[in-house]
Design a protein. Structure first.
Length: 140
């Protein structure tokens, strides 16, 4: 079971709620994206560059790619941990995710998302990482 290595990571825990289940009584696959978003938001908050800070800096960071590998289903009231790891920050943000069962530590799902900077005033995609993100990461 591979765990991504990154100095920037954050995790959140939750119990799978009833309203996230499908008719087969497992978590509907679309909700995993929301779980990833919870961990991504916690990660971005930890570097002081959450969505309001992005907006205030003049950049939007839309998701342009999303990958999910479902290994095991999530069940009602299962206690899970969703981990987010910032893996790439040059020219794009690539964040890897891991969902684990808290009690057993078993990997249930993994995935990644890719976001790019878009200058809000021009709506143009940036081909290099804006300085504001590099500053938040302590690289400038």
């Amino acid at each position: 079971m591979r765990t991504p290595q990154s100095q920037w990571h954050k995790s959140v825990e939750l119990r799978v709620p009833f309203h996230d289940l499908d008719p087969l009584e497992i978590c509907w696959h679309g909700h995993y994206v929301r779980y990833f978003e919870l961990a991504r938001t916690a990660l971005l908050q930890s570097i002081d560059y959450d969505y309001p800070a992005m907006r205030d800096s003049g950049y939007a960071w839309p998701v342009i790619e999303l990958f999910i590998r479902y290994a095991q289903p999530l069940l009602y009231q299962q206690h899970i941990e969703i981990e987010a790891y910032l893996m790439e920050w040059e020219n794009r943000l690539k964040i890897e995710y891991m969902i684990r069962d808290v009690e057993s530590g078993r990997r249930l799902t993994r995935g990644h998302s890719v976001q790019v900077a878009v200058e809000m005033s021009t709506r143009e995609m940036c081909l290099v990482t804006p300085d504001v993100l590099l500053e938040k990461l302590g690289m400038k």
